[in-house]
Design a binder for this molecule. Structure first.
Ligand code: SF4
Length: 316
C-alpha cells in the first residue's frame, strides 16, 4: 500500500499530497456513504501502524518526485482509508513532517476526540476537519454506524474542548443524505452545535463516489440550498462541497503507481483517468491491463463510470 499519494485536487486545500497513515480499512465508524466500502476492522483504541520515520521517508520522496515534474503542493494531508487518529503515533508523524515546511492538515471523523491524547495529536496540525453528520443519537447511529463503545455526547464535548484550545483552522464536514439528515430540524440542531462550538467553517458535502451501502445518495439541489441557508442564517461560515473537484491529478512519471495509489483512497471518474493517461502519452492499454488483472474495478454510479482499487485484505 502506498503511504503517500497525489497530490490530488482538494476542494478545501488546493493541491493536497495525501498521507494514508492507516491500512485499509481500520475505522471507528462504518459510514453508509463511505467510498472505501464497509469497515473490515472496527476499532477505537489507538495503536501503532507505520513508523513516523517511514511516513516521513515516503512523503519526502513523493514530494521530491512530484516537484521534479513541476507539480505544486499546497498541503500535506492525513486522509487515510480509515480514521487517522487511530494511529497512536500521529503526533510524532506530524512532528516528523514539519521540516518539509508545508502546512499539515488532518481530516478526522472526530470519533476519538474525547481522548486527550487525540486532541493533543490533532492540535499539532495547521488545519483540522471534524466530521459531524448529525447531533441526534438515532441519526448518528444510522449514518456513521459507530463502534458500539462510542458515545455521541462525549464526542461532541471533545469537539467543543478541542475548538477552545486549537490554534489552527478548525473546519467541519457534514455529508448530506437524502431522507436521513437533511430535514430542517436536524440541520438546525447541527448548525447550532457547530456555531456554539466555534467551528471556523462548516462544509456541506454530498456523496460523489460509490457509497458502501447501495441506495444512499445526496439530496436534490433544493434541499442542499435549504441546508446552506439554515447554516448561514445561524451565523456559520458555510460552504458547499457539492462540485466535482476537477481532473487535475498529478502525474509523477509512473502511471501504474499513480493510478493504484490514487484509486486506493479516491475513486477516479473516467474523465480523470483519461486526463492522467494523457499526461503519460494517452495510452489506455495499462488501464485495460489493470482491469483484466483485477487491480482496478469499474463501478457505475449516478450515470458515470468510476475506477476503484480492488480491496486486497485489511492490512494490504
Ligand atoms: S467515511 Fe471515513 S469515517 Fe466513515 S467509515 Fe469511511 S473512513 Fe471511516
Amino acid at each position: 500500500m502506498e503511504i503517500a499519494f497525489g497530490p490530488v485536487p482538494s476542494r478545501r486545500l488546493g493541491r493536497s499530497l495525501g498521507i494514508n497513515n492507516i491500512p485499509p480499512k481500520h475505522c471507528s465508524y462504518s459510514c453508509v456513504y463511505c467510498q472505501a466500502g464497509p469497515t473490515d476492522a472496527q476499532e477505537i483504541a489507538p495503536r501503532a501502524f507505520y513508523p513516523p520515520e517511514t511516513i516521513f521517508r515516503e512523503v519526502s520522496q513523493r514530494l521530491e518526485a512530484v516537484r521534479a515534474r513541476g507539480e505544486k503542493v499546497d498541503y500535506l494531508t492525513f486522509v487515510p482509508d480509515g480514521e487517522p487518529a487511530l494511529d497512536v503515533r500521529l503526533a510524532a508523524a506530524i512532528d516528523a513532517l514539519r521540516p518539509l515546511g508545508l502546512p499539515i492538515a488532518v481530516i478526522s471523523n472526530a470519533s476519538l476526540i474525547w481522548r486527550a491524547e487525540v486532541r493533543d495529536a490533532l492540535g499539532r496540525a495547521d488545519w483540522v476537519s471534524v466530521k459531524v453528520d448529525s447531533v441526534s443519537e438515532t441519526t448518528w447511529r444510522r449514518i456513521n454506524r459507530p463502534h458500539p463503545d462510542l458515545k455521541l455526547p462525549g464526542i461532541l464535548d471533545g469537539i467543543r474542548s478541542f475548538a477552545r484550545s486549537f490554534a489552527g483552522t478548525l473546519a467541519s464536514e457534514t455529508m448530506l443524505l437524502a431522507g436521513i439528515n437533511d430535514s430542517p430540524a436536524e440541520l438546525t440542531n447541527l448548525g447550532r452545535f457547530l456555531r456554539d462550538a466555534g467551528i471556523a467553517r462548516a462544509y456541506l458535502a454530498i456523496p460523489h463516489r460509490p457509497p458502501a451501502v447501495a441506495g444512499v445518495h445526496g439530496p436534490d439541489e433544493a434541499a442542499i440550498t435549504c441546508a446552506h441557508q439554515i447554516f448561514h442564517d445561524l451565523g456559520l461560515e458555510v460552504e458547499l462541497l457539492t462540485a466535482y473537484e476537477g481532473d487535475a491529478f498529478a502525474f509523477s512519471g509512473d502511471l501504474r503507481r499513480d493510478i493504484l495509489a490514487i484509486t486506493a483512497v479516491h475513486p477516479l471518474r473516467e474523465s480523470a483517468l483519461r486526463a492522467l493517461a494523457d499526461k503519460a502519452g494517452g495510452d489506455m492499454t495499462l488501464i485495460q491491463v489493470l482491469l483484466a488483472d483485477g487491480d482496478l474495478k469499474a463501478v457505475d454510479y449516478a450515470g458515470e463510470t468510476f475506477y476503484v482499487r480492488r480491496p486486497t485484505g485489511p492490512d494490504a
